[in-house]
Design a protein around this ligand. Structure first.
Ligand SMILES: [Zn+2]
Length: 310
């Protein structure tokens, strides 16, 4: 009975088996050498039967490996999207929770936390550079990965009065020197502002143009980057500066000194402010280069919003 079945196999699919024979010949020959002396040496009829059985199991094994391999690839393809989504979800949920909340006025802290939680989902798709973010709020001031954040969503309290940042100022002067070497003159039209001074400025603009218009170009007190001591308006803080060689030089070289053009052209809806070719913000060389080389804004880099709560 066995013998007959094997013969049938051999006849019906002998060609197919031969295709694989070469791969397994060595093994088969070894088997014959080991067992042949006792069982089948010299027995021409039995040899092919045993050979076929071994080949068949080898073919089946190979087929199984191929099927498993294909199955694995299919599974990877299916779950790849899911995994990516999960990772992205985790990223944003990390942003939701400030890592450290030290003693701050309770009102400011809860306000900041609520804003972040409600708005992070809207912002998620606008960030082409999802960086790991670590949000820290110290005395009502928000830092993301150590970078002080001030925009329409994030503010500094009235008590925050750091003065001009010495590192930022030193880098600014270094940048001015480099511009001078290239035959261009850069100077500071506006640097550090106190909360009170920003309030005066904003109220004056609002009195002239109305609050809605003022909100597009002047920050409400507590929401101006000039209150951080890390921001400077270079030369002429009007659109007349836009197409000057100085503005072009500034855009091209500011990242080398750790500065970014904080409110770039075309990003008005994300930064919440009109294009300001003259307004530079110190963030350090590493982040500045990523932002300037990729034509993104600080909000996109960190995946955050810039919208007044009301
Ligand atoms: Zn400015």
């Amino acid at each position: 009975m066995d013998k007959n079945l094997n013969n049938v196999h051999e006849e019906s699919s002998g060609n197919d088996i031969d295709l694989f024979t070469n791969y397994f010949d060595d093994d088969n020959n070894d088997n014959y050498a080991d067992n042949g002396g006792r069982n089948s040496r010299g027995n021409g009829a039995k040899r092919p039967t045993g050979k076929v059985r071994i080949r068949w199991s080898a073919v089946a094994m190979l087929a199984l490996i191929i099927i498993l391999f294909v199955l694995l690839i299919v599974l990877i393809m299916i779950f790849k999207d899911e995994i990516t989504k999960e990772v992205h979800k985790n990223d944003s949920s990390e942003q939701d929770v400030p890592a450290v909340v030290t003693t701050a006025p309770p009102v400011t802290t809860s306000e900041t936390t609520t804003t972040t939680t409600t708005e992070s989902s809207e912002v998620e798709p606008t960030s082409p550079f999802p960086v790991e973010t670590d949000i820290t709020v110290i005395d009502g001031v928000t830092y993301i990965n150590g970078i002080l954040i001030v925009n329409k969503t994030y503010s500094v309290p009235e008590s925050f009065d750091p003065g001009v940042d010495p590192v930022a100022e030193a880098k600014l002067l270094e940048m001015y020197d480099a511009a001078a070497d290239d035959g261009l003159t850069l100077w500071t039209a506006s640097g550090y502002r106190t909360y009170d001074y920003q309030r005066e400025l904003y109220e004056a603009y609002a009195a002239t143009d109305g609050y809605d218009a003022a909100d597009t170009y002047s920050a409400r007190p507590g929401h101006s980057e000039h209150e951080t001591g890390l921001t400077f308006d270079v030369n002429d803080p009007t659109s007349a500066f836009d197409d000057t060689p100085e503005a072009q030089w500034l855009k091209e070289h500011c990242a080398e000194y750790g500065f970014i053009i904080r409110y770039p052209k075309g990003k008005e809806d994300i930064t919440g402010f009109m294009y300001e070719s003259w307004h530079v913000r110190y963030v350090g060389e590493e982040i500045a280069k990523v932002i300037m080389e990729n034509d993104i804004c600080l909000e996109e880099y960190f995946g955050i919003t810039s919208e007044y709560p009301d």
